[in-house]
Each structure stands twice: as C-alpha cells, then as structure tokens.
Design a protein around this ligand. Structure first.
Ligand code: FES
Length: 147
C-alpha cells in the first residue's frame, strides 16, 4: 500500500478503495517508478482533526490517480511554525519544497494537483505553478534537486 499515514489508521472505506485502485493504477505504477513523499507537520497548531485531514488528503490523491505514487506521512516540526500547517514535498532526484499556511482539508485538491505537476517535471522544479492552486501562494522554501 503506497499511501501511508504513520500515526493513524485509515478508515475501512478508503482501504477498500485502495484495493480497487491497485489494479486500475498498475500501468501507471509501471511508468512511474519514483515515489514522492508529502510530509505533514503533526505538531502545527490549530483546530485540527487528523482523521478528517487524512481522509481529505487520501481522497484527493486518489482522485488524481496518484495513490500508488504518493507516500503521505505525518512527521515532526518543519520549522515553519509561525504559519501552520506546514507540509513538505520531496522525492529522490527532485526538488524539495516546504509549504506553510496549509489547510489540509480545504487545500487537499491543490496538494494533489501540485503532486501531479511535481511528478510530471523531470527534477520536480515547478516554474509555472498555476495548476497548484492556492499552494502557489504558500511556498515557504524550496531547494533544487541534488544532481
Ligand atoms: S510545529 Fe509545524 S512547522 Fe513547527
């Protein structure tokens, strides 16, 4: 299972959906050998419901057909504490990004579209961020890929 949340268990519904999508996405998995990671700060402040955040993010990623490609985890502080919620995006041989001021539920679709854009670019360096929606205004830091 490619979509993993480290601190909670997904409800039974999305797990069934994941099983259904495995066959549908088999071809995509063959052409997309790179897994990318979303790392969500679990300690950012705010009125948060981890379960709701998880479901929203999962559904958006699935809707973009990326649930075999995107690994989503909750982790520690990303040093963007003044603008919660912070989220990282990284992949091997790709640029790394930190976004802040994210609402995981409201921004879930924009997060998934950003992942899709990120995957479509050879080194993940996003120049035209129109497809990223509101996330294009939430960039906190980025680093180019290590050659
Ligand atoms: S507590 Fe979330 S970035 Fe520091």
């Amino acid at each position: 299972m490619s979509l993993t949340f480290s601190t909670i268990t997904l409800p039974s519904g999305p797990e069934h959906v994941m099983m259904d999508t495995e066959n549908k996405l088999e071809n995509m998995a063959k052409t997309s050998s790179n897994t990318i990671r979303i790392l969500v700060c679990s300690t950012c402040t705010g009125n948060r419901d981890r379960n709701t955040e998880t479901i929203a993010l999962y559904q958006a990623i699935k809707n973009e057909g990326l649930d075999k490609t995107v690994l989503a985890e909750f982790g520690g502080c990303l040093n963007a504490c003044s603008e919660p919620i912070a989220m990282g995006l990284q992949g091997s041989g790709r640029a790394s990004y930190v976004f802040s001021g994210i609402d995981l539920v409201k921004d879930a679709e924009d997060i998934a579209r950003t992942c899709k854009t990120y995957l479509e670019l050879r080194k993940g360096w996003i120049v035209d961020a129109q497809d990223c929606g509101r996330l294009r205004h939430c960039l906190h830091a980025r680093l180019p890929a290590w050659p």
